[in-house]
Design a protein around this ligand. Structure first.
Ligand SMILES: N[C@@H](CCC(=O)N[C@@H](CS)C(=O)NCC(=O)O)C(=O)O
Length: 252
């Protein structure tokens, strides 16, 4: 459910389009890309996840899951990045993100679900290959503080395993690789059906959603040899000024 009721006075008073986001978060990148493609002006609320700026009571009141991104549009709070992209598509003029063909729409729904479900694995790989030594490390004392601040228990145990860097973390990384490979093979099959984009015969919401995942997996140097057609499409997905501005060259 994309639009959530909110008690946050701060959110309710915001006019226009506001995005709570983090430069390096692939879920945030997806939303910035959608805003950029539609040419929508927006206000930035950058939350540095490394500094735990998403764990303040004020932000948790806006997004009870204590994650980014959150879109606030004229006081209406929208969470879940794929739902935010959909909201942007429904609510603003410009190129349409959804395909017309009913079968494509069904396939796109499944691709968006997969893009959402793969997030935990992408997060694990990002921590393993990109965030070591980037100030993302969290001490055990900090984990306890986070728990007290309302962070969910999954987040706390994830960080505990990451900091410990022992067998539990190793297993998370192995599982993440397996999960990602399985999904890449499915994406490859989809490309073989459409012979064009993930969304169908034209670029759309599934491409927006997976382009940032592709970029992140590329940065993590994940092996895509079992999905050669998707790997080739990925290069096309990250070309162009919108992707550069919203993702590759995005500066706060
Ligand atoms: N399903 C959510 C996932 C959001 C999510 O996990 N966001 C990450 C950044 S990509 C986050 O805020 N993590 C906070 C943390 O790990 O402490 C979405 O698509 O918006």
């Amino acid at each position: 459910m994309p639009v959530i009721p909110t008690k946050s006075k701060v959110a309710r008073q915001l006019k226009g389009v506001h995005l709570y986001h983090y430069a390096l978060s692939n879920c945030s990148q997806r939303c910035r890309l959608a805003l950029e493609i539609k040419g929508i002006p927006w206000h930035s609320h950058h939350l540095n996840l490394a500094a735990k700026e998403h764990l303040t009571p004020d932000y948790i009141e806006i997004n009870p899951n204590a994650v980014v991104p959150t879109l606030v549009h004229n006081g209406r709070v929208v969470i879940e990045s794929n739902d935010i992209v959909d909201y942007i598509d429904q609510g603003f003029p410009g190129s349409r993100f959804w395909p017309d063909d009913v079968r494509d729409r069904g396939a796109v729904n499944a691709l968006l679900e997969a893009s959402s479900d793969v997030q935990d694995s992408i997060k694990t790989l990002s921590h393993e290959y990109m965030f070591h030594g980037r100030g993302q490390q969290t001490s055990l004392a900090e984990s306890a503080q986070m728990k007290a601040a309302g962070a969910n228990s999954g987040l706390v145990s994830f960080l505990r395993d990451f900091v410990d860097d022992g067998r539990a973390w190793e297993l998370r990384v192995i599982k993440a690789h397996e999960d990602v490979t399985r999904r890449l093979v499915q994406l490859n099959e989809r490309i073989n059906q459409t012979k064009a984009w993930l969304t169908g015969s034209r670029y759309g919401i599934a491409d927006i959603s997976w382009s940032v995942n592709y970029y992140r997996l590329m940065q993590c140097r994940v092996d895509m040899s079992r999905a050669p057609d998707f790997a080739a499409l990925g290069l096309k997905l990250i070309e162009g000024p919108a992707f550069s501005k919203a993702v590759i060259e995005y500066r706060t």
